[in-house]
Design a protein around this ligand. Structure first.
Ligand code: G3P
Ligand code: MG
Length: 243
């Protein structure tokens, strides 16, 4: 039913390293994690890079944003200093670099396609094409809050599985999963209930939760039948937490 890893390091290394960087992937790996979640969006010139926020200011310095900056410039930006001096000079990585790292180390990826608004279809297509080109499909599950991005990924690489992300589960969830040929619903554990979990599972879909940071809560939702979750607290919740 859920042939993928069950405990996933959120944004690479959770709270232990600057999110969405190679340093974060290395940190997760050092902690025994062989499964990561990270966020991907397109540069001005259509190159996929790891980034959570479309606008600069939180993890990288600057006034503008990802969609108005070329990959050449993005990949030279410091994405580590905001976190700590120890990570100063840690760069924004390209999706291709992270794919290569994860392939080399046998790390499974929940690739969250996070398009800048207006670039949904293009982002889904480019991310899907690059995943295929790198022959990484067997180690990837696409997820996105953007229905259009996932539809586009489906069109470009139907063989790579998809999970539909939603903060609060809406009444049309099953219709959406069917249209996407998705294998799972990904949702915020805060709004999930045991009853909803049972419904989704009974319909034949996996349930993935974000972002579960308390071991007790993780145990509770796993008891409901939740298949997998990502966590920021890779120091508290180990990769083999669910056996
Ligand atoms: O993929 C799960 C989770 O990462 C979604 O939320 O904002 O942390 O990307 P966010
Ligand atoms: Mg994410």
């Amino acid at each position: 039913m859920w042939p993928y890893p069950k405990v996933v390091a959120h944004r690479g290394g959770g709270t232990l390293a600057p999110e969405n960087t190679l340093a974060a992937m290395q940190c997760g790996f050092r902690h025994g994690f062989r499964a990561v979640e990270f966020d991907v969006m397109l540069s001005k010139d259509g190159i996929p890079v790891l980034m959570h926020d479309p606008l600069f200011g939180r993890t990288v310095r600057g006034e503008s944003g990802v969609a108005s900056t070329t990959a050449h410039d993005l990949l030279r930006m410091d994405a580590g200093s905001w976190f700590s001096n120890d990570f100063a000079g840690t760069l924004v990585p390209s999706y291709q670099q992270v794919l290569a790292f994860c392939l080399e180390h046998g790390i499974w990826m929940n690739v969250e396609i996070k398009p800048v608004p207006g670039f949904e279809t293009e982002t889904g297509r480019v991310v899907a094409q690059m995943t295929r080109q790198m022959q990484a499909g067997a180690q990837v599950l696409f997820s996105s809050f953007s229905f259009d991005a996932l539809m586009s990924a489906r069109e470009s690489a139907p063989e790579i599985p998809r999970g539909y992300l939603t903060d609060q589960i809406q009444s049309d969830w099953q219709q959406r999963l069917q249209t996407l040929s998705a294998i799972a619903l990904h949702t915020n554990h805060r709004h999930l209930t045991a009853g909803l979990t049972a419904q989704i599972k009974a319909a034949g879909y996996g349930v993935f939760c974000y972002t579960v940071n308390a071991p007790e809560r993780a145990r509770e939702i796993v008891g409901w039948g939740v298949d997998a979750f990502c966590t920021d607290r890779i120091d508290l919740i180990s990769h083999d937490f669910i056996t």
